[in-house]
Write a protein of this length. Structure first.
Length: 242
């Protein structure tokens, strides 16, 4: 992987500081890069995309979502409300630097990005393994552990014997704020046939509703990490980013 100049910085948002990186030299084209869950602003996927984008004349702006990267031990919770607020602050920061803004987002980062940027101007949006129906994922989790909506509403927070907990504020926000990403720039999606997070039927429905282009990688997982998957991602990014 080629070495790229990186400027580490902090983006202010209300009482929070968002750790961020500007990859590459100053440009009037910026690609906002949003990582997924259990990831960060310097994830391998982000670094690959930065290498490709910088070679095409972009600067790339990546950052840590609440509860990730440099913010993993902080007070910021990775709730949709906080993530959406941070994403808007990042967009506003990028807009001061450049007129031409595009988006690359992974997994749940794609979902939060669509919530935040539904009325924002973007040249194009590239999504890797996007979560497109978070409400259904939460409800399937609740069903698996026999947890009713009423119980979650009363208890507010329920610990689960997995890496996720359930929060009423999180779930109720998602229910009250459905995706509405219409009238936006071109959307392209890279999806793995072995994705265990988002069903193909949901991706297909999303693509139909938003006129998105989808490429499916056979045996690709939700988290692209093998050499084969990363090579496929690189080839896709080089072809689709314009």
């Amino acid at each position: 992987m080629k070495k790229i100049h990186k400027d580490y910085l902090q983006i202010s948002n209300q009482n929070s500081q968002i750790p961020a990186i500007l990859w590459g030299e100053k440009s009037n084209k910026i690609l906002i890069a949003v990582h997924g869950n259990f990831s960060d602003k310097e994830d391998t996927i982000i670094a690959i995309m930065a290498e490709i984008a910088v070679a095409q004349g972009y600067q790339v702006l990546s950052f840590d979502l609440p509860g990730h990267g440099e913010r993993v031990d902080g007070n910021d919770e990775s709730f949709p409300q906080t993530c959406v607020s941070d994403l808007k602050a990042v967009y506003n920061y990028a807009k001061v630097l450049a007129d031409d803004l595009s988006l690359f987002a992974c997994s749940i980062g794609a979902y939060f990005s669509m919530l935040a940027y539904q009325r924002f101007q973007l040249k194009q949006s590239l999504f890797l393994s996007p979560v497109v129906n978070l409400e259904q994922i939460i409800e399937e989790m609740m069903k698996s552990f026999n947890i009713s909506e009423e119980r979650l509403r009363l208890e507010k927070r329920i610990e689960l014997p997995i890496d996720h907990n359930l929060y009423w504020n999180y779930y109720s926000y998602i229910k009250k704020n459905p995706l509405s990403f219409l009238d936006q720039s071109p959307i392209v999606i890279l999806y793995g046939s072995a994705d265990n997070m988002t069903q193909w039927e949901l991706i297909s429905e999303f693509a139909k509703n938003y006129q998105a282009e989808v490429e499916v990688i056979e045996n690709g997982e939700h988290y692209f990490h093998t050499e084969q998957q990363l090579d496929a991602f690189r080839e896709w990014a080089e072809e689709k980013l314009f």
